[in-house]
Ligand binder design. Structure first.
Ligand SMILES: [Zn+2]
Length: 400
């Protein structure tokens, strides 16, 4: 932003002396061509395949997790009636290549996705079933996975469907989880829900929203997941998913799911201090800070200018390659931010400290802690709220 290169100064009380003027606000275009063009027509980009790991001791192989009886309303609060979820056989699913692994543990969060496909106006049950079959075919035939990657699918007409086989039976049982393939590192500890459509510039239909809310509430109830523990795919990966608009609605989703469960969330609980998704076409202080961090990491050459152009895309891609990211795509999201935002201590000089200074000026904060670690970075980069947890899957997950 044209500030002279300077050293970062903390006061003796840990306050940062900020000399830079605040940068322009973050600007993200409606569609980032490079990122979006890589997405296949029916579903979001697949994570790159990883070598299979040795199954962990907690894994339970085989198909013994047969679907249980459909959940009744017995014991559920009046507000959380079990939503109707069509089983795989109802939408005409193919048989998986081999039975999905079932883990003897409960998931701890829900990940919200969008399919990045067309925003159809065919809200029929027939269209919903075609959607589920299309995703399954893509995941099995193009990605080479054993079955659909996600646990559940919701159409724009609001029809809710089982994704990977046995997911519904295990949900109804409330004790075990089917291993999915919807996000590396989150395939056992998180239930993945694919929502039909692309929600970068528009909101989901009311029917989809209501079904998403009901599905999340039911999953929270059966697995004992707190309604605060709903996240977007981008919180953990370098992806646009679930789209800027739907992602921005997650605080509302947490609040409404909590309401169905008879709880109220504070604004802080409903919000999350996450990593901003930056991509080609973005500009402003967050981009400038990212550029300083990229230069600190040795992948950006030249002076940071707050513009996420080709040079920055290349620098992010180099950084992702060096860190063996699953998503090497030039998009800076929840997978690469934690590695890029390294710990900075008071008195440090250099580009990482300069990034702190840019953000402190942008946020108009008068004091920065002596140690800028992930929670501090998230506060400087994000919108406030409680930190996004980082726990990942146990060893032994196939990711396919
Ligand atoms: Zn996703």
């Amino acid at each position: 932003m044209g500030d002279p290169e300077g050293r970062l100064r903390w006061s003796r009380r840990g306050a940062l002396a900020v000399g830079a003027a605040a940068g322009a606000g973050l600007v993200v275009p409606g569609l980032a061509g490079r990122a979006h063009a890589t997405e296949p027509p029916t579903t979001e980009p697949a994570p790159r395949p990883r070598p299979a790991r040795v199954p962990g001791p907690e894994s339970v192989p085989g198909p013994e997790g047969m679907p249980g009886p459909a959940a009744g309303a017995g014991g559920l609060s009046e507000a959380v009636r079990a939503p109707y979820i069509a089983r795989c056989f109802e939408w005409g699913a193919r048989k998986p290549k081999f039975p999905p692994k079932i883990w003897d543990r409960r998931p701890i969060r829900i990940l919200v996705h969008h399919t990045a496909g067309a925003n159809t106006t065919d809200y029929s049950v027939g269209a919903a079933h075609r959607l589920a079959r299309g995703i399954q075919a893509y995941h099995m035939d193009s990605n080479g996975w054993l079955d659909s990657g996600q646990h559940f699918t919701i159409s724009r007409g609001g029809h809710i469907m089982e994704g990977r086989l046995y997911s519904l039976g295990e949900l109804n049982g409330g004790r075990r989880v089917v291993e999915g393939a919807h996000s590396p590192g989150q395939n056992v500890i998180a239930i993945g829900i694919e929502n039909e459509g692309t929600y970068i510039g528009v909101e989901p239909t009311p029917a989809l929203w209501n079904s998403l809310r009901a599905t999340c509430a039911y999953i929270c109830l059966k697995y004992g997941i707190a309604p605060t523990e709903l996240y977007g795919h981008r919180d953990y990966r370098n992806t646009i998913c679930p789209g800027d608009r739907l992602y921005g609605m997650l605080p509302r989703l947490r609040s409404e799911v909590a309401g169905l469960l008879g709880r109220r969330l504070s604004r802080t609980e409903a919000g999350k201090a996450s990593w901003p998704l930056l991509r080609e076409g973005a500009s402003g202080a967050l981009v400038e800070a990212a550029q300083y961090l990229l230069r600190d990491a040795g992948t950006l050459r030249g002076k940071p200018d707050g513009r996420y152009d080709d040079r920055t895309v290349t620098a992010v891609t180099e950084f992702q390659t060096a860190h063996r990211a699953d998503d090497v795509n030039g998009i800076l999201g929840g997978e690469s931010w934690p590695e890029l935002a390294r710990t900075v201590r008071a008195g440090t000089e250099g580009d990482a400290a300069r990034a702190v200074e840019v953000l402190a000026a942008y946020r108009k904060v008068e004091s920065v802690p002596d140690v800028v670690d992930h929670p501090v970075w998230q506060r400087l980069l994000g919108t406030g709220g409680s930190p996004v947890p980082v726990a990942e899957d146990p060893p032994g997950v196939l990711d396919r």
